[in-house]
Design a protein around this ligand. Structure first.
Ligand SMILES: [Zn+2]
Ligand SMILES: [Zn+2]
Length: 323
């Protein structure tokens, strides 16, 4: 699992363990000046040891890291950034929106519970889901010092310049990193080979009306990447993708199918997004309730904007029905 794999000239992929269904996160060490690590894995002993071993097998060490680029603010991607930075002196780069979300995670979790209840999640399940996400935060250190990258910003190396590409959807400030000469794209969780990336519900800062643009943004970001000149994708989990356009087509088709599934499920009468999520993913474990709802409300929001679905609030819950 920890064997570093040279996926491209001067680029080593190291898989780090995570205690989630995906099992590992990919980080990439780039042997250019400055030596750069793309994503960091979570902050656990096993993750740290696997990174150390992987770097050593490739002929480097933790101290070799001079710069850390973070695709997005989910713990499996930034969790040990602060620790690595303090050990190596590496500077950290991230999109400002992700930095802000990491810093305000407790506030976000408070709002999240209300959002889940409003989406029809039973109280006990909402409590469990929030508790699960909250306790997972122990596997990450919040960031302090970091530099910001926005869409189109250059990321200079001695012999090349990468470009930061903002692809909101899976998370609001997700960045892909593009190496134009090599037609390479580091995609974080924006594009994964075998798994459909979930446009995670972006919890609004406060109050009604609650709107959920994550999926719409995700599909727009897919179109953005579809237009790029690419030969290889280096994702945050799983294998490299040799056929970027084919993968993107598959994802568009997948979302279209899901949209039809939701419309069909609403022909039987009004439902909360929790009930729709249960139709889509029967028997989801409680900690994945949040992801199921994310998927459902993303589609419902698009259907609502198209005038195909309407939402009515009753007893503090949102009910969706066909227009
Ligand atoms: Zn993620
Ligand atoms: Zn991830």
């Amino acid at each position: 699992m920890t064997m570093p794999l040279q996926v491209f000239d001067k680029i080593y992929k190291i898989e780090l363990p995570i205690p989630f269904p995906l099992k590992t996160t990919n980080v990439y060490f780039v042997d250019e000046t400055p030596r750069t690590l793309v994503d960091t894995g979570i902050k656990t002993k096993a993750s740290y040891e696997a990174l150390k071993k992987g770097l050593e097998e490739a002929g480097f060490s933790i101290r070799s890291i001079e710069r850390i680029l973070i695709t997005h603010g989910h713990i499996d991607h930034y969790g040990q950034a602060k620790r690595l930075s303090s050990l190596s002196g590496a500077s950290i780069y991230i999109h400002p929106k992700e930095y802000g979300r990491i810093r305000s995670i407790l506030h976000v979790l408070g709002v999240l519970k209300k959002v889940l209840l409003r989406n029809g999640v039973p109280e006990i399940l909402a409590h469990e889901a929030v508790h699960y996400i909250e306790s997972a935060q122990k596997m990450a250190d919040p960031l302090e010092e970091a530099f910001f990258l926005n869409d189109g910003d250059p990321i200079p190396f001695q012999s090349a310049t990468w470009i930061s590409i903002h692809c909101p959807g899976h998370s609001p400030g997700l960045l892909c990193f593009y190496w134009p000469e090599k037609k390479l794209l580091f995609t974080g969780d924006h594009l994964l080979k075998e798994i459909t990336p979930n446009p995670v519900l972006n919890v609004p800062e406060s109050g009604a009306p609650l709107r959920y643009p994550s999926l719409k943004e995700y599909l727009t970001s897919l179109e953005k990447v579809e237009k790029m000149d690419l030969s290889l994708l280096l994702p945050g989990h799983g294998e490299e993708v040799q056929d970027p356009k084919g993968l993107i087509q598959k994802l568009f088709a997948h979302h279209k199918e899901r949209m039809e599934h939701i419309l069909a499920s609403l022909t039987k009468g009004e439902k909360t997004s929790f009930e729709i999520a249960q139709d889509l993913f029967p028997g989801v474990p409680s900690f994945e309730v949040f992801l199921g709802i994310s998927e459902a409300v993303g589609h419902l929001e698009i259907l609502r904007k198209k005038g195909m679905v309407k939402v009515t609030e009753r007893d503090g819950k949102d009910y969706y029905s066909l227009e």
